[in-house]
Design a protein around this ligand. Structure first.
Ligand SMILES: Nc1ncnc2c1ncn2[C@@H]1O[C@H](COP(=O)(O)OP(=O)(O)OP(=O)(O)O)[C@@H](O)[C@H]1O
Length: 345
């Protein structure tokens, strides 16, 4: 095992990934042409990304569709080989997929499953126990803990194909963490889950991080996952890291203003409130206003002086708004907020 650099759980320098994509004109003629004269095009999915994650950090990895998130996580798990650059995870070179490395990491992809479809989840857990050489006592302890935190009682012995999406995702997570990895790559772990199930997954990840001091790198289209779990945010856009900092700093990236929420003791019409900022919503007694960042203090002071105010708070805009502003509206196909969760699983 080679350990470098010291201390970092994940160390990434100038990591690049190019995919070779074969191009083919449509139709039979296109197929024939490509058979004799095959054309390939390079897609630069990741264009020189660098960062370090310290042990125990929970980091949100955000970016629009096609930005390079999954490609990066696959390189860090050793499923893809980088075209250039260096990656070290838990001190290992992921490309080599050494057993000791695989025991230290996990990759959970919300869209893929590792459980055996026709068997109960418990059988997949036993397979993982054997693969990861988990001692019996540790297996029993971890199973007891996960069953409690994820509320798995009653579903472990059901055929996986008969589980609801939410139940299956909980079992997927348990299977992926049974060997108690130190570095977790979670790619859309809550996708498609209803709000309650999303929260159950978040609670589990938070508890696992607290209990085992694991490092977590998480992608999600649900900003609630990110704001609830991550202390630090990395934003990737078109294969390039464009932001690395905390949530508050990311919120400050938006050109839009801050939000003033005000509770009034006397009903006040919207046109009167408009003197203090752009009225986003009001029912007469409570209102949400957007004000330019530089004028927040002055506008809030005027509001307090002019009106009978019961309560007033100043907030950064929701992270969804900032991300939509950075990547949304005028960037077709780059929406960062995903679909609404489906009906309860
Ligand atoms: N196997 C592949 N062959 C060719 N191009 C690929 C392949 N996998 C991904 N890409 C391309 O690489 C780019 C980055 O894709 P990637 O899946 O890493 O993005 P992402 O940020 O995870 O997106 P999303 O949020 O939509 O899942 C995209 O342009 C994608 O089309």
């Amino acid at each position: 095992m080679t350990t470098s650099p010291p201390d970092a759980a994940v160390h990434v320098r100038d990591l690049k990934k190019r995919y070779a994509v074969h191009e083919k004109e449509p139709g039979v003629l296109g197929s024939l042409k490509s058979f004799v004269n095959r054309k390939t095009r390079q897609v630069e999915a990741v264009r020189g990304v660098s960062f370090d994650l310290q042990p125990g950090e929970v980091v949100g990895f955000l970016g629009p569709n096609g930005a390079g998130k999954t490609t990066t996580l696959k390189m860090l798990s050793g499923l893809l080989h980088p075209s250039e650059g260096t990656a070290r995870v838990a001190g290992f070179d992921p490309r080599r997929r050494e057993t000791a490395f695989l025991k230290q990491i996990t990759l959970v992809m919300g869209q893929k499953q590792q459980l055996i479809w026709d068997l109960p989840a418990l059988d997949s857990f036993l397979v993982n126990q054997a693969i990861y050489e988990i001692p019996d006592q540790q297996y029993r302890d971890t199973m007891r803990e996960f069953t409690e935190v994820l509320d798995l009682g009653g579903i472990l012995t059901k055929q996986v194909r008969k589980l609801s999406l939410g139940e299956r995702m909980k079992c997927e997570l348990a299977a992926a963490l049974l060997h108690r990895p130190q570095v977790l790559f979670l790619d859309e772990p809550t996708i498609g889950l209803d709000v309650n199930m999303q929260e159950a997954v978040r609670d589990f990840v938070r508890e696992y991080n607290r209990r085992y001091g694991a490092t977590v790198m998480l992608t999600s289209h649900y900003m609630a996952d990110v704001t609830a779990l991550a202390q630090r945010i990395l934003v990737i856009d078109a294969g390039t890291l464009v932001f690395d900092g905390d949530l508050a700093a990311l919120a400050g990236q938006g050109s839009g203003g801050k939000t003033i929420r005000v509770q009034l003791r006397q009903p006040t019409p919207a046109h009167a409130l408009a003197a203090y900022g752009q009225v986003v919503s009001t029912d007469g007694l409570s209102a949400e206003l957007t004000v330019p960042r530089a004028e927040v203090s002055a506008r809030a002071a005027r509001l307090l002086a002019d009106l009978d105010v019961a309560d007033l708070t100043v907030e950064d805009p929701p992270i969804e708004t900032v991300m939509a502003e950075l990547f949304g509206a005028n960037r077709p196909g780059t929406a960062v907020t995903g679909p609404e969760p489906e009906v309860p699983a």
